[in-house]
Design a protein around this ligand. Structure first.
Ligand code: GDP
Ligand code: MG
Length: 294
């Protein structure tokens, strides 16, 4: 599976937020307020069967402080970025003139020694273009994609390229890397993220069941659907390795599973800012570990 960290960089208003929101599906792209275990705040993450892409943010590059770009970026940030990210998406807006700020962004991009992709955004807008001013960049950046973040057009080849550039990781590494994600504090964000929701439920199992059960238990989210009335329907299963554990998880007259479900539902609602219907079941599957990691 692929796991890539992507730095999305560009001066304000080139369309970075629009790009993330439309790429990941309307529902996302918020910076976690207090990053703890990740070195750079995660702006958004995209999860697909082929892998995971993390879009990272860093103060002074993508945040509100962007206007102070030159003040914010320093050698340490640069070095850390060079260590941490796997690729750089440099986004430009051809409908606006090149300016001093644009030149600064380019200066930073040049100092990053990771694969770089030049993304020319807003190609839906052709009435006003300063494209000739940016032409020289296409010599410097062999990977160029023209997209409309707003209409989400031509983004698929770009996405494929990002996955191509993302390093391949084995399941154990993926597990370690994604465990970082689970510690992102609320309010979290990506309601499409099955991993996140599964982990949130699993965390409740840990809390409610004590020491004995967790290591024999995992949670799979099978389905997430947004209903017309705004309700978020989530279908999930707690898998455990034997019937004895299953009984414990269900509890007397089902009160334990109800408690776990209620607790999880409350937090998912908080994180997604949606009303949640959580369809939670418990199954015994002695082989889930093989299925999950196999
Ligand atoms: P950011 O500051 O880089 O995050 O830029 P935003 O995503 O906030 O976008 C800035 C403005 O550009 C917003 O008004 C967007 O609607 C607009 N915008 C973003 N992408 C496109 C695009 O592909 N086409 C057009 N026409 N407008 C876009
Ligand atoms: Mg933005």
């Amino acid at each position: 599976m692929k796991f890539g960290k992507v730095l999305l960089i560009g001066r304000p208003n080139v369309g970075k937020s629009t790009f993330l929101n439309n790429l990941i599906g309307q529902k996302v792209a918020i910076t976690s307020p207090k990053p703890q275990t990740t070195r750079f705040p995660i702006k958004a993450w995209l999860q697909e069967p082929r892998g995971i892409l993390l879009f990272v943010d860093t103060p002074g590059i993508m945040g509100k402080t962007q206007d102070n770009l030159s003040k914010q970026i320093n050698q340490i940030t640069l070095r850390t970025l060079n260590e941490e990210v796997d690729m750089v998406i440099y986004m430009i807006d051809h409908t606006r003139k090149r300016d001093f700020e644009e030149a600064r962004v380019l200066g930073i991009v040049r100092k990053l020694n990771k694969p770089k992709i030049l993304v020319i955004n807003k190609i839906d807008k052709q009435d006003k273009t300063f494209l000739p001013q940016y032409e020289f960049l296409t010599d410097e950046f062999p990977l160029v994609y023209k997209i409309s973040a707003l209409n989400n057009t031509h983004t698929k080849p770009l996405l494929d390229k990002m996955f191509e550039l993302a390093p391949e990781k084995n399941p154990k590494e993926i597990e370690n890397l994604t465990s970082e994600l689970y510690h992102i504090p609320y309010p979290l964000i990506n309601i499409d993220s099955k991993i996140f929701i599964a982990e949130l439920i699993r965390e409740k199992v840990f809390i409610m069941m004590g020491e004995e059960i967790p290591y024999t238990t995992t949670v799979l989210v099978d389905d997430i659907k947004e209903r017309k009335n705004g309700l978020l329907y989530i279908k999930a299963r707690i898998l455990t390795t034997n019937d004895r554990y299953k009984k414990m998880l269900i509890g007397k007259e089902g009160w334990k599973i109800k408690e776990i479900g209620a607790y999880a539902r409350k937090e998912i609602a908080l994180a997604t800012n949606k009303k949640i219907y959580l369809d939670l079941k418990i199954e015994t599957d002695p082989h889930w570990q093989e299925v999950f990691y196999g």
